[in-house]
Design a protein around this ligand. Structure first.
Ligand code: NCD
Length: 337
């Protein structure tokens, strides 16, 4: 435990030293989050069930963290080379609520990449100006690449179609908050399971728990990728691939819906063929869904959930977005606290 004097940060407790009686300031490690300190966050699979449970417990009591301001004096770079609303803003809100500050980069045009600077140099620059880097990029593997270059911890805010670990953390936390846990639930994941990183990371995250069954629901061209299926097979989680959510709806406790990732589908003709091929409506849900069904969506929504679901008890996507700040606060406090 770090004992300091001369630091007036509210993240430090004032405790009288038992031997000398002199009051000194003692750095408080965020309870239960020791395993997160200084860590990169590249894939949800980097974390064990117990890591995730510790994170969720810390997220439950995040208000205590606010008063301790564990990020006071810290700067977090938010390097979003791809569009983002919720992820960037919720990270920004999380950093500020913890007493820290942000350096925000939005889009490649805003920085020297547009002048031909290579990504490695950009990462080195961000590394020297900040204490942690949250990075989003259209190419798979960029977060891992950045983590190899940077000395500061790197958090993957989404790399191409591959990983979106903090989204999976907040998705699982939302289920735990609304359903009391993930174990024993029947979970449907509907939509673009091929190109959607949120869906892929969520499915991978489910393998850290014991849901009763996972339905992978998608039009055939958007079926889940082989490497994700391999992970499901490896962990022995029971799953089934189906094309229409309505057939399995009565069984579901959770339905995770995603949009078609138009920008990642290589063939625009393919997008035209499959757009609008699924849509969750209140009419379909009435009388067929379990009363306790919760519908999640990482957002943004296009047309895959009709607006009349928003005011129904099934809607959990706005709650999910709100809980995201808590989870990101707990995560950053663990990494940097
Ligand atoms: C997701 C993303 O960017 O992957 N959104 C998010 O982070 N909340 C999902 C999406 O864009 O469809």
């Amino acid at each position: 435990m770090l004992v300091e004097t001369g630091n007036s940060s509210p993240s430090h407790l004032f405790t009288p030293d038992l031997l000398t009686g002199v009051t000194c300031r003692v750095a408080v490690p965020v309870p239960g989050l020791e395993a997160f300190r200084g860590r990169d966050v590249i894939s949800i699979l980097d974390f064990t069930r117990s890591d995730l449970e510790s994170l969720f417990e810390a997220a439950d009591s995040v208000d205590k963290l606010t008063s301790q301001a564990p990020l006071k004096g810290k700067i977090v770079a938010l390097a979003f080379f791809e569009p983002s609303t919720r992820t960037r803003l919720s990270f920004e809100s999380a950093v500020k609520r913890l007493g820290g500050d942000t350096l925000v980069v939005s889009g490649e045009d805003a920085i020297s990449v547009a002048k031909g600077e290579n990504l490695a140099d950009t990462v080195r620059m961000l590394d020297s100006y900040s204490d942690a880097i949250v990075i989003r990029h259209r190419y798979e593997g960029v977060a891992l690449y950045a983590a190899e270059i940077a000395e500061s911890p790197v958090v993957n805010g989404g790399d191409g179609r591959q990983h979106h670990p903090t989204q999976a953390m907040l998705d699982l936390y939302t289920i735990r908050t609304l359903k009391g846990g993930v174990d024993g639930l029947v979970v449907g994941v509907l939509g673009d399971l091929r190109y959607g990183r949120a869906a892929s990371s969520f499915i991978l995250g489910l393998t850290r728990f014991k849901p009763a069954k996972v339905y992978l629901i998608s039009p055939p061209p958007l079926r889940v990728r082989e490497e994700v299926l391999m992970q499901l097979d490896k962990t022995g989680l029971g799953y089934e691939e189906v094309e229409d959510y309505r057939g399995v709806l009565p069984e579901l406790d959770v339905l995770y819906v995603t949009r078609i990732q138009r920008e990642r589908i290589p063939d625009p003709g393919e997008y035209e063929r499959i757009k609008g091929s699924y849509r969750v409506t209140l009419r379909d849900l009435h009388g067929r869904a379990k009363p306790g069904l919760k519908i999640l969506h990482p957002l943004p929504r296009v047309d895959e959930i009709s607006f009349d679901v928003d005011n129904s008890p099934y809607q959990a996507y706005f709650i999910q977005a709100r809980l995201g700040v808590r989870v990101r606060m707990a995560l950053l406090a663990g990494i940097l606290g």
